[in-house]
Design a protein. Structure first.
Lengths: 505, 356, 300
């Protein structure tokens, strides 16, 4: 299917997200749209799919100008979109998810599931897809969920597929399987748009590449006419920053020691045992949902473990609540800054001072010392270059990156022996990523122990001195930074340690 | 939270005017329905709320406002902390009942008896709220439903006690004996208004100061804005919850005691339930989006609405229940404008959303 | 004593008390599954009870009464949808307003239409006749329970099964579940979850209205101020405990209804009325506490 976006402009208030962008997608091609977070590529594709109405510009499908009132119009015209965060009903079965919103019904509105099964069977044969239609989606691995998303579009005969960061949560092996299906789709004449920021994948699958930066289209052309270096320069608008080199180190005392920890519902995660020393960053890699959240909640005291022991600074902390553990020497940068990291309805100063151990530093008797609170917040704002009106502005007025800098600043300012960072750069701009990474390295160099849990393999490899891989509730043996390579970790992310080692060896 | 107040006051006026037009249209529609004379109704309303011989109706309004504002403050302290204690009615009944019984049973100098009775009433209210809190924290019963359901047992217990063991049988009514006359709260000179209102003025000042300037109020507010956040940064959430509920319940208990010693001088079955003081207190808080200094004004407004409606009934034959309808209508229109943030922690199911 | 409690006439009275709770709870279940936190069941029920009397009084037919109750409940559901879904008011706040609105409206209209305060009873209020099922009614024990009940009782039983199938196999049922679990996904699929939730609220209002009709023109033929008397809250608890699953809901409603009926029954045994009146709420609180406790234990 041929589609084109002409002179599209989208603004959110004063922020221009997409500025006069035109791209064309040919039938049967895989078209990669690349750019940093916030470059406007998702916004542009949301316009194509009818989720956002552009301020100016036109959409053209098969040579006809279209004006979507809602995604339903786009779907009817043969478009389909897989969003970065899967749009699935976890409690429903695969089949229910696939037919939802396009149900084959009889006269009284009852769903004819058998008709749907027959229709899907054809597509399964053609593209080599295997999945249990009666499984509950909540129990599927991430790669399988992606397949469900793709089946939703196949079921509705979509001829143009938009995939937003489809590999962000996939293991290398799952990614290969996905690309196989996509190639089969393209071969059958469907057009595919992939939004991504991973250059290797662009080189692997794209026929045509469009690069966006700051809401504008930088270039658009066949893959053969460009190069990896050129795309990279176009994405960041200059040369690549030098990679952060982990300094040589001598690990100190054990700060965090975990032995036989079991966590999660009925202790499905574990038993886990590992140490984190002063002056090192230990990275826990893995696909999201393999028990990282449960491990962190158990460590932080948000949901105490079922069994095992946790020693912090040589003291057992199993029986302490969150506050007690923090006072013993723990800081925690949560993944979800919107709810756990900040109270968005409170001011920056109120957020900055929450969780400081010594209440007397910002109070007089039972009363708050607003001036002391503001001056502490001002310190963080300056130190972390947070863009905000001031300490009395509401936290909700900050952008994502600035929110995250406030969370990181607040936690690191506590200067505790242990810092737990959970996806600390999730969805923030590149400037904030650099700052946060530098701060974590600085903490390490000053002798703090850092436990970094991240689903971004690049982040793990860039910062960690040792890497542990989490899969299905268990941890691999530690891998020294020098020995850590992408393929080996990728294999560990998809299967049990021993099996993975064998397959790699 | 003056930022929200500013947004409420300034900004686009048009929607507020449209809203007012809707509310007035519904009001006139209802009056049309019963064929009332608008002029008579209007003058009856203002006379009923603020007039009367020697300002008797104004006194009635203030007296009612005392209880409504008290309940509103109780609710506000819970709600700001994110605790959906809608069982204020039970806490109010517990306070009124216990303070009346203590005053009837305890011998001693009147002032001592009065103070002891009020403190006992506050303790009873606090305990009843704590019961909901314990069920919530340690058993997992949602506070909203738990606190609400606890209204019923205490209502019937109170009803039983004044119907059987402590009934003033000769009166023929379901009510307790009178509390000693010496413990009655005095009236302002020349005005049928008891000094209970002073207790509530003091409570208002306490609640405003507490909400804006204390460490406890600050931490409770953070819990109200995001319970996840409060837990993550290690605030003592359980302690805050129980202390806040106890405070909230104690204020409700105090209101019950004021109703006994200032207004009825005994416990009468249903005296604290039927006028819907607790529910009116809740909507008074919601009307002003939990902004502390506005809560007393909001409570006064609803009290005037109710006594004014009674005046309309006397003057123009409009059933006074019109007040209840209008309260609901006002809350419907206003709530969708100001209360959106109350439950942000519960209703925001999606993550992210801050990035383009 | 047990003979007195559990004789046939006690059993025969159980359906009368189960029906209103069950109908309201089924309505609540639709909202729960659609992701609308509706604690305004009490008000919707009360509105239904009043308008059932209005309809039955002026038409002389209980069916018109039931229809009026259904429409009144739907009207409240529509108001809920307008202020919660379209104007973005908080569900709890809107629920509280709906409850107050129903309480105010019914007392106001009671005086405006019938010119009485407190209660309205009149022989002209046409109540439902009992449905006698031949053969079945002659079977001991089962007969009096399943025969001779109000048509609304049979309707509520049928609805338990109907709702079960509806959620599992009907297009709208599927979409209601999706609106409750992941509305963003539903939206991305091209279906506006707000419309689905609005329909759920209308259905909920209709069922709560019928629940009210059961109270006013089936159990008795009169309307009393605040006649729902907390049953809507009991239904809310039933919905919360079962997370809106029709079959478990049926059994919880059966339990709560039986206690309600029992409390009526034991009044004759010399217990103070206050204690018997308290029983349904206490039972609800106890079941709620026990199940919450059990869930908490099971989780860890």
């Amino acid at each position: 299917m041929h589609a084109a976006l002409n002179n599209i402009r989208v603004a959110f208030g004063p922020l221009v997200a997409v500025d006069d962008v035109s791209i064309a997608i040919a039938a049967g091609e895989v078209h990669a749209v690349v750019g940093e977070n916030g470059a406007g590529k998702s916004t542009l594709m949301n316009v194509l799919f009818g989720l956002i109405k552009p301020e100016a510009g036109t959409i053209e499908v098969e040579g006809v100008a279209r004006n979507w009132a809602s995604p339903q119009d786009a779907i009817r015209a043969g478009l389909g979109m897989v969003h970065q965060h899967f749009m699935l009903q976890e409690e429903m079965t695969v089949l229910e998810n696939i037919v939802l919103c396009g149900e084959p019904v009889n006269r009284f509105g009852f769903v004819d599931f058998n008709r749907a099964r027959q229709k899907l069977a054809d597509g399964f044969r053609e593209h080599g897809i295997v999945i249990d239609l009666d499984a509950t989606v909540g129990g599927l691995a991430v790669g399988q969920r992606q397949v469900v998303e793709i089946l939703k579009m196949l079921y509705r005969d979509a001829r143009l597929l938009i995939l937003d960061e489809p590999t962000a949560v996939l293991t290398p092996q799952e990614k290969d399987r996905l690309f196989g299906i996509l190639r089969s789709f393209a071969a059958s004449g469907k057009s595919i748009v992939i939004i991504t920021h991973k250059l290797d994948e662009v080189l692997e699958i794209a026929d045509r590449v469009s690069v966006m930066r700051g809401g504008r289209l930088v270039s658009s052309g066949p893959l053969g006419e460009t190069s990896k270096d050129r795309i990279a320069r176009e994405i960041i608008g200059g040369d690549l920053p030098p990679p952060l080199k982990p300094a040589a180190r001598t690990p100190g005392e054990v700060v965090l020691s975990v032995r036989g920890l079991r966590a999660g519902t009925r202790g499905w995660v574990g038993p886990l045992s590992f140490d984190v020393h002063a002056g090192e960053i230990v990275g826990i890699a893995g696909v999201s949902g393999n028990g990282q959240a449960e491990l962190i909640r158990a460590l932080a005291g948000l949901a105490p473990g079922v069994a095992g022991e946790i020693m912090l600074n040589g003291q057992p902390v199993d029986r302490l609540d969150v506050g007690g553990r923090r006072r013993t020497g723990m800081s925690y940068i949560p993944e979800d800054r919107q709810r756990a990291g900040l109270a968005l309805g409170a001011t920056v100063a109120e957020n900055a001072n929450a969780g400081r151990d010594d209440v007397s530093t910002f109070s007089r008797g039972p009363f708050l010392d607003r001036a002391a609170m503001a001056s502490f917040a001002r310190g963080l704002i300056e130190r972390y270059r947070i863009k905000v009106a001031g300490p009395s502005a509401l936290a909700s007025t900050m952008s994502g990156g600035n929110k995250q800098k406030l969370v990181v600043g607040r936690e690191l300012a506590r200067g505790t022996p242990l810092v737990i960072a959970e996806n600390p750069t999730w969805g923030v701009d590149i400037g904030a990523i650099e700052l946060i990474h530098a701060e974590l390295l600085r903490m390490r160099d000053q002798g703090h122990a850092v436990l970094l849990v991240s689903t971004e393999l690049d982040e793990i490899l860039r910062l960690s001195d040792r890497v542990l891989v989490m899969y299905s509730g268990t941890l691999s043996e530690p891998i020294e930074a020098a020995d850590a390579d992408r393929n080996r970790i990728g294999a560990l992310m998809t299967s049990r340690t021993d099996a993975a080692l064998r397959s790699v060896a | 939270m003056s930022g929200r107040a500013e947004r409420l006051m300034s900004g686009d006026l048009l929607p507020w005017i449209v809203m007012l037009a809707w509310i007035l249209a519904i009001l006139f529609g209802l009056m049309l329905l019963v064929g009332a004379n608008f002029g008579e109704a209007l003058s009856g309303f203002f006379n009923g709320a603020f007039g009367g011989r020697r300002m008797a109706y104004l006194a009635a309004t203030l007296s009612r406002a005392t209880l409504i504002v008290g309940m509103a403050l109780s609710v506000m302290i819970s709600f700001r902390a994110g605790l959906f204690n809608i069982g204020g009615e039970g806490q109010l009944v517990a306070g009124g009942l216990v303070s009346a019984l203590v005053a009837i049973l305890l011998p001693g100098p009147p002032l001592v008896v009065l103070v002891a009775a009020i403190l006992a009433g506050m303790a009873a209210g606090a305990l009843w709220a704590l019961l909901a809190g314990v069920l919530y924290l340690y058993v997992g019963v949602p506070l909203l439903v738990g606190s609400l359901l606890l209204n019923f047992p205490i209502r019937y217990i109170a009803s039983y006690l004044v119907a059987h063991p402590f009934r003033d049988v000769p009166s023929g009514m379901l009510q307790s004996h009178l509390v000693p006359e010496a413990t009655w709260l005095a009236y302002f000179p020349g005005f049928r208004l008891d000094i209970g209102i002073l207790f509530i003025v003091a409570t208002s000042i306490f609640a405003i100061v507490y909400s804006h300037t204390t460490v406890h109020g600050y931490q409770a507010r953070l819990n109200g804005l995001s319970a996840d956040f409060a837990r993550t940064v290690g605030l003592p959430v359980r302690k805050l919850t129980l202390q806040t509920l106890a405070m909230s319940g104690a204020i409700a208990g105090l209101v019950g005691a004021i109703a006994v010693f200032g207004m009825h001088h005994r416990y009468i079955d249903g005296m604290l339930v039927q006028p819907l003081y607790a529910w009116t207190g809740i909507i008074a808080v919601l009307l002003v989006g939990m902004i502390p200094w506005l809560v007393p004004l909001s409570g006064l407004f609803f009290a005037a609405l109710q006594t004014g409606a009674a005046g309309m009934e006397r003057a123009a034959g409009v059933p006074k229940e019109i007040a209840l309808v209008m309260q609901a209508v006002i809350i419907l229109f206003v709530a969708s404008r100001v209360s959106g943030a109350i439950l942000s922690a519960r209703s925001s199911g999606t993550r992210g959303g801050d990035d383009v | 004593m047990f003979d007195l409690l559990f004789d046939a006439s006690f059993l025969a009275s159980v359906p009368r008390f189960v029906t209103p709770i069950l109908l309201a709870a089924l309505g609540g279940a639709i909202c729960e599954r659609a992701g609308v936190f509706n604690i305004g069941l009490e008000g919707m029920m009360l509105g239904g009870a009043f308008f059932a009397v209005v309809g039955a009084y002026f038409s002389g037919s209980p069916y018109v009464g039931a229809l009026a109750a259904l429409l009144a409940g739907m009207a409240l559901g529509a108001i809920f949808a307008e202020f919660h879904l379209r104007r973005g008011g908080d569900a709890i706040v809107v629920s509280i307003a709906i409850n107050l609105l129903a309480a105010g409206m019914t007392t106001f209209l009671l005086r405006a239409i019938f010119d009485v305060a407190g209660a309205f009873r009149d022989p002209a209020i046409a109540g439902f006749a009992r449905v006698h099922i031949p053969v079945l009614e002659d079977i001991p024990v089962l007969g009096p329970v399943f025969s001779g009940q109000s048509p609304l009782f049979y309707l509520s039983l049928a609805l338990v099964y109907a709702l079960h199938v509806f959620f599992l196999r009907h297009r709208l049922g599927l979409r209601i579940r999706a609106a409750g679990e992941n509305p963003t996904a539903l939206k991305a699929g091209g279906v506006n979850p707000l419309w689905v939730q609005a329909i759920a609220l209308l259905m909920c209002g209709a069922l709560c209205g019928l629940a009210g009709a059961q109270l006013s023109i089936s159990n008795v033929n009169l309307f009393v101020e605040n006649m729902s008397a907390g049953r809507g809250w009991i239904a809310v608890v039933a919905v919360l405990l079962t997370r809106g699953r029709p079959w478990p809901l049926f059994f919880i409603a059966l339990l709560f209804g039986a206690v309600d009926s029992l409390s009526f029954r034991v009044q004759g045994l010399g217990l103070p009325q206050q204690f018997t009146d308290m029983m349904p709420y206490l039972a609800t609180l106890i079941v709620l506490t026990a199940l919450s406790w059990w869930r908490l234990k099971r989780q860890s």
